[in-house]
Design a protein around this ligand. Structure first.
Ligand SMILES: Nc1ncnc2c1ncn2[C@@H]1O[C@H](COP(=O)(O)OP(=O)(O)OP(=O)(O)O)[C@@H](O)[C@H]1O
Ligand SMILES: [Mg+2]
Length: 454
């Protein structure tokens, strides 16, 4: 069911419940007020009669009946005098014999004087009022039985008026709540309408909304999500076009070499050079394909964090880079605190590989590469520092972009696809960490990774 109708039903249902409660409370209060008024009148009338009757009780029932009949006619009510034990002493209608026991609720009532109202079998209402009196001899009661139809007619007319008023109020509220719920749920319908308009070709979402509430938050979040999706899409497209472009370059070189290979077959030295170039390009493509595969895989994988000892990291790096470093007469220095990192082992080591390989690759022969692992209460700090070519301020903002290589780097070293730091950045982001770079051209570079403690 639409939210609009749900709201409408809830509002209307609540209003009906409230109206019924109001009706019951007001009608009961009104009835009690009316009865209290009638009771007051009857007690006043009864007290006046009793002033006359007290002299005749308990000695002259006949005189009492005489008085009772006169007052009974005047007040249009039946008057019965009762003994101290609530048995009939005299009846104005002379129908009840003396000493008759009456079966009436009012006789058991605690609050005397007081009235009780009841409905008869013939849709009429009767008021019974009981008043005590006392003579020197003994005490007795006066029971007044009066018609109370007027009271109930008044009550019925009040109830009728109330039902009418409430019915009008409920109908008005029905209409109002329909419009309120429609107004309230309108933004949701608009959001759905705009979301349905989004296509892969046209991904835009904008909606003007003035109120400051959760719906505004929903609109803003959706807007942001669509923008991010567009950005992601754009990045993905750029990545794809750059990848294919980058892959095409070594392929074109390979094609050129292959086309010219038959012509240099006689010249053994050139022939060997050509084959070496071919092999280099194949290696380069292989490396690039591997890096690309890694980048794609990283996003899809769930982090599998384990404890990684700093010493193990040192051993791993020594095993991986000792020979390459020795070939370039580069010394690997370690400053390692005995700490445990809580990281995704494979992902972390792949990132670190890239940093150390850059440090060795972009350093001249005979320098040293320094690797530090430190830790404080909040984070682990891993730094890889070299005394190499450094990064110029123009290149610095771009080095994390896929396939970006500075001219210096390309001139210095032909190898490399410009994907290494992209992988490092992905790894750090997935660990919710950050990267800092200190670099001075021709002096060296320090890359610091900060990873928060788990
Ligand atoms: N330690 C460093 N010293 C100087 N320049 C660096 C250093 N590390 C990175 N750079 C610069 O940043 C660029 C991008 O580095 P990245 O590791 O992403 O790619 P690459 O090393 O060129 O290739 P790949 O790592 O994919 O084999 C490098 O081409 C280089 O210009
Ligand atoms: Mg690299």
């Amino acid at each position: 069911m639409k939210i609009q109708y749900q709201l409408w039903l809830i509002f209307s249902g609540l209003f009906i419940v409230v109206s019924l409660t109001v009706y019951m409370v007001v009608s009961n209060t009104y009835e009690q007020r009316l009865q209290a008024g009638y009771e007051q009148i009857s007690i006043a009338q009864g007290s006046a009669i009793l002033d006359q009757l007290e002299d005749t009780y308990p000695y002259s029932p006949n005189r009492s009946i005489g008085y009772l009949r006169t007052y009974s006619e005047q007040l249009n009510s039946r008057l019965i005098m009762l003994d101290h034990d609530k048995k009939v002493y005299a009846d104005s209608f002379q129908q009840l014999k003396p000493d008759t026991t009456l079966d009436l609720d009012i006789l058991d009532q605690d609050t005397v004087p007081g009235s009780r109202f009841s409905e008869t079998e013939f849709f009429a209402y009767v008021q019974y009022t009981l008043l005590p009196f006392q003579t020197i001899e003994r005490e007795g009661y006066l029971l007044m039985v009066q018609e109370a139809d007027e009271l109930y007619a008044e009550l019925k007319s009040f109830q009728y008026w109330m039902v009418q008023t409430l019915l009008i109020a409920v109908s008005v509220f029905f209409f109002i709540s329909y419009f309120v719920s429609s107004w309230f749920s309108k933004p949701i319908r608009q959001i759905i309408f705009h979301l349905k308009k989004i296509t892969p070709q046209k991904r835009t979402f904008s909606l003007k909304y003035q109120r400051r509430d959760e719906i505004k938050e929903l609109i803003d979040t959706t807007q942001k999500m669509v923008e991010e999706l567009n950005l992601y899409d754009e990045r993905q497209r750029r990545f794809l076009s750059t990848s294919s472009h980058e892959l095409k370059t070594p392929l074109a070189t390979m094609q050129l070499i292959l086309e010219n290979l038959p012509y240099v077959r006689e010249d053994e030295e050139t022939y060997r050079e050509f084959v070496q170039d071919l092999s280099f390009q194949v290696q380069k493509m292989k490396h690039m394909a591997e890096q690309l595969l890694q980048i794609n895989r990283i996003w899809d994988r769930n982090l599998q964090k384990t404890t990684l000892n700093a010493r193990d990291i040192q051993n791993y790096l020594l095993r991986s880079f000792q020979h390459i470093a020795q070939n370039k007469q580069i010394v690997l220095e370690f400053e390692i605190e005995p700490v445990n990192l809580y990281v995704d082992r494979a992902l972390f080591l792949r990132g670190l590989d890239n940093l150390v390989s850059n440090a060795i690759r972009y350093s001249p022969q005979g320098q040293s590469v320094n690797i530090t692992i430190k830790s404080d209460k909040e984070q682990d700090k891993i730094s890889v520092c070299d005394q190499g070519i450094g990064i110029s301020p123009e290149n610095l903002p771009h080095i994390f972009e896929p396939f970006y290589r500075s001219n210096d780097a390309t001139a210095w070293n032909q190898e490399g696809s410009g994907l290494g730091l992209t992988i490092v950045k992905q790894m750090v982001e997935m660990h919710n960490g950050r990267i800092d770079i200190e670099t001075v051209q021709n002096q060296g570079t320090c890359i610091h990774l900060f990873l928060p403690k788990a």
